[in-house]
Design a protein around this ligand. Structure first.
Ligand code: ACO
Length: 157
């Protein structure tokens, strides 16, 4: 049988190397850099959520970060479902859990960028928007911060 669970990376640190390997199987990068990013996961943001199969296998991942410190907008990145388990609705499930996580923390909007998976996000209700600028870390809010990513969903709908 298949038992699936979504957890925050910092609540299952013993699986961090598994998560690192899953993400690197799609987007190869140094293990150190990848682990550093995963180790940043915390109760607020950034948070890496992982999908766990039968208590021990990491089969999905998504990273959520604030665009500006304490601001209402979230950037959602590095969404992946293990190759052997795609097309089973698990990506959708993980995305919906991520949206709940963000909504429960009072955030208003999720932004993401994709080249190739537009159809997946459209099905989930995301719409194309103006690009917005994201530096890879949350910056202090500034009045003139410019938009860079190209999909968003209004969580208040
Ligand atoms: N185009 C159109 N529809 C799609 C696509 C697509 N590329 N991918 C999935 N769908 C549809 C499915 O048919 C399904 O439709 P249904 O509800 O009518 O049955 C629905 O979207 C949900 O699909 P899932 O089975 O939940 O998707 P899956 O578990 O395969 O995960 C994912 C999708 C995460 C994109 C997976 O294919 C993957 O890991 N790909 C490689 C990594 C990747 O490209 N990640 C996205 C990077 S962009 C970012 O991170 C912001």
């Amino acid at each position: 049988f298949e038992f699936l669970q979504v957890m925050a990376m910092h609540e299952c640190k013993h699986l961090i190397m598994e998560a690192c390997n899953l993400i690197n199987s799609e987007w190869p990068r140094s293990k150190t850099a990848r682990l550093q990013s995963l180790f940043m996961s915390c109760d607020k943001f950034p948070t890496s959520l992982v999908l766990i199969l039968n208590d021990f296998q990491i089969v999905g991942h998504v990273k959520l970060s604030e665009i500006t410190v304490g601001g209402p907008d979230i950037i959602l990145e590095s969404v992946i479902i293990h190759k052997e388990h795609r097309g089973k609705g698990w990506g959708k499930m993980l995305m919906e859990d991520a949206e709940d996580y963000v909504r429960r923390r009072g955030k208003k909007m999720i932004y993401l960028s994709t080249r190739g998976q537009e159809g997946f996000y459209e099905k989930l209700g995301y719409e194309v928007c103006k690009p917005l600028l994201y530096y890879g870390v949350a910056l202090e809010p500034t009045p003139d911060h410019e938009p860079k990513v190209n999909g968003h969903e209004n969580l208040s709908e």
